[in-house]
Design a protein around this ligand. Structure first.
Ligand code: TXA
Ligand code: MG
Length: 345
């Protein structure tokens, strides 16, 4: 029997071998699904337009939806972005954001470097750039080309993957490799912020709360669904029916979900244990009722990390309707409610 230490070393070595193999695939124009702290990404070399085209094909993603470029060191930011195009004030804000939130769940829209092909950014002159907080992701990026374009590794419009199994189920036979890093820690996509315009805008709420950003750089606006540069949407994550399970989903605030009686075939997804208890007292559901709680104690971080995973689990074809309770609308609650509302569209 090998000792625990030897087993640990062996695991590390296997992991490094897997990452080296994956990095080779990316360098050669292939597709690799990899873990990040938010959700699993479907990665390709950000400088290779043919490899990027494969991402759109495999996901069934419309070409007007730009990809996020992932980097693994602040020194390589300039390979993906064109920083001299930023004025002094904006550059200051960029470095404040990067210093405080990178590596982490924040994608920053910046003028793109000419080396990034137009297909990556759907023809936009900007690119959303993110420095993920996950060791496997960072090793993969730095051992491949230093810039990996990656959308969430799910078919377009469906629930984002928070585990390697989710990727395997939906895309497994269409991609070259999946790196398994276990369940994603945050479980919700990054916040997308645009700092290139006159006012700073959040284009997609996500893992970095707006409140934390505002504390650092002052007030920011919520982005709108706007058409820009022809058919390009400003942030197509804003497309209404996004992140959707196949099972119909209804979102309700706490007061309203308490009024819904328990019918066979329905599933109930509560934000916290207190709401579930109140509903059970009022509706007296049978033993067989399908009831899930995102966080017993009502903690947004825990709730966020369980949201997509629970939706994947309930979206199993045996449930005809999901009733989901909205989170208190602050901090990560905003991102949870954003995903729930889109899932219901
Ligand atoms: O957490 C995440 O961000 C994950 C992991 C894999 O990093 N990635 C992710 O990618 O969620 P995706 O492609 O599913 O969502 C990217 C979002 C879309 O809403 C897209 O429209 C927006 O970022 N986006 C990308 N580039 C943009 C740009 N140049 N301008 C405005 N929005 C952009
Ligand atoms: Mg996505």
């Amino acid at each position: 029997m090998p000792t625990a230490k030897a087993q640990g070393l062996l695991r590390k070595k296997t992991r490094l071998n897997d990452i080296l193999k994956a990095a080779g695939i990316i360098r050669n124009g292939g597709l690799v699904a990899f873990p990040t702290e938010t959700v699993y990404g479907l990665g390709a070399d950000a400088f290779n337009s043919e490899a990027l085209a494969k991402i759109f094909e495999v996901k069934g993603r419309p070409r007007f939806d730009p990809l996020i470029i992932h980097i693994a060191a602040i020194e390589t930011l300039e390979n993906a972005a064109n920083l001299p195009l930023l004025n002094k004030e904006t550059r200051k804000k960029l470095f404040l954001l990067a210093e405080n939130f990178w590596p982490g769940p924040l994608s920053i829209v910046l003028p793109k470097n000419e080396k990034i092909p137009g297909i990556a950014t759907a023809g936009l002159a900007t690119a959303a750039i993110r420095f993920p907080d996950h060791e496997i992701a960072r090793e993969l990026i730095s051992l491949s080309t230093g810039a990996v374009a990656a959308p969430s590794a799910n078919p377009f419009g469906s629930i984002s993957p928070t585990r390697a199994e989710h990727v395997r189920d939906r895309l497994g036979d269409r991609i070259d490799m999946i790196l398994d890093g276990g369940p994603a820690r945050i479980g919700l996509e990054s916040t997308v912020i645009d700092i290139t315009g006159e006012c700073i805008k959040i284009l997609r709420p996500g893992g970095t709360p707006k409140e934390a950003i505002e504390q650092l750089i002052g007030p920011v606006k919520d982005g709108f669904i706007t058409a820009a540069e022809g058919v390009s949407l400003v942030s197509p994550g804003q497309l209404k029916s996004h992140y959707a399970p196949r099972t119909p989903l209804l979102v309700l605030n706490q007061e309203d979900i308490l009024k819904i009686p328990c019918e066979t075939g329905s599933a109930f997804l509560f934000f916290d244990g207190f709401s579930r208890d109140s509903w059970q007292k009022l509706q007296n559901p049978p033993e067989s009722a399908v009831i899930r709680v995102l966080s017993e104690a009502g903690q947004p971080l825990e709730a966020a990390s369980r949201l997509f995973e629970t939706l994947h689990e309930l979206d199993n074809g045996r449930i005809s309707r999901i009733f989901a309770q909205l989170a208190p609308p602050k901090g990560l609650g905003e991102a949870i409610n954003d995903r729930l509302t889109r899932a219901s569209a």
